[in-house]
Design a protein around this ligand. Structure first.
Ligand code: KIV
Length: 306
């Protein structure tokens, strides 16, 4: 278990500058690990901001973590835009990347550019991410980059097409499949992607691939050799039922705390312990007397004394 602070603190450097493509490039050049976390709304964005992470991803994992879909496939552009706008409102410094949902970019370069432009103009994203290193995804990445929008690639386990991959399982576990991942990384890099997410790949494979790629590779379940790491907000904070994938390091158990908090509230209401006097607003006694008099008059009764 790695060491970690028991509470998130606002970085002392409150004048921290917004992270840009240049900052990301410089961190990479200096060999400093890039930190990325997903966020989907104002409070998760505020936590990412307070922690001083480098990049925030409005992942389509939000389909499952906050919208309750069974997979990432069903989430719409409008839903992802709403999550992106809420996240944008909570951020000042991290570089904000929005996931293009399944079906919003595959069909044509024009559709891909049109969708990416919406995430920048309407969502406030700095960049977009799309999945796979297939010829189609590479072409869409190139078109979006040429339209002036930075693109993050994503290879290895790509949840949008997990059915075609045979489920949520590690990729690159044979030489043949690892070579395909290498080719996809190179193709996305050649298309102009500024970073690439590498998901669920054996650590030794990642290590072997790292020398091939010049742009920063951000790993999730890909071992320690990548240039950065990303985790899903709800996984790392334990806002979920069950443990999740083996690569997840849990830094809190917020689902348990939330369950206990809501249960304690329900118990207090039922036992009439809540609200207590300290939760109540007061009224001047003269005003209260007058109110009672008026209410009694309304009811046609004599005002009660006192
Ligand atoms: O949607 C997501 O959260 C992602 C990360 C796992 C990289 O794509």
């Amino acid at each position: 278990m790695s060491s970690h602070p028991s509470q998130i603190t606002i970085p002392k450097d409150a004048s921290r500058l917004p992270v840009t493509l240049a900052t990301i490039g410089e961190r990479h050049r200096l060999g400093q690990p890039l930190v990325m976390v997903t966020a989907y709304d104002f409070p998760s964005a505020r936590a990412a901001e307070a922690a001083g992470v480098d990049l925030v991803l409005v992942g389509d994992s939000g389909a499952m973590t906050v919208l309750g879909y069974p997979s990432t496939v069903g989430v719409s552009v409008e839903e992802m835009l709403m999550l992106t706008r809420a996240t944008r409102r909570g951020l000042r410094t991290p570089f904000l990347v929005a996931d293009l949902p399944f079906g919003s970019y595959e069909e044509s370069d024009e559709l891909a550019v049109r969708t990416a432009v919406r995430f920048v103009k309407e969502g406030g994203a700095d960049a977009v991410k799309l999945e796979r290193g297939s010829a189609t995804s590479v072409a869409r990445a190139r078109a979006i980059v040429q339209a002036g929008i930075p693109v993050m690639g994503h290879v290895g386990l790509t949840p949008q097409t997990s059915v075609a991959l045979g489920g949520y399982r590690a990729q690159g576990r044979s030489a043949h499949s690892a070579v395909r991942i290498a080719q996809e990384l190179l193709a996305l890099q050649d298309a102009g992607c500024f970073t690439i997410v590498l998901e669920a790949v054996p650590a030794a494979v990642t290590e072997a691939l790292m020398d091939l790629v010049e742009v920063p590779v951000i790993g999730i379940g890909a071992g320690p050799a990548t240039d950065g790491q990303v985790l899903v907000f709800h996984d790392l904070l334990g806002i979920r039922e069950g443990r999740g994938a083996r690569f997840v390091q849990r830094y809190a158990d917020l689902q348990r705390e939330m369950d206990e908090g809501v249960a304690a509230y329900a118990e207090d209401v039922r036992a009439r312990r809540y609200p207590a006097p300290e939760h109540c607003y007061s009224i001047d006694t003269d005003e209260l007397r007058e109110l009672r008099a008026e209410l009694s008059a309304l009811l046609g009764r004599r005002p009660a004394d006192g």
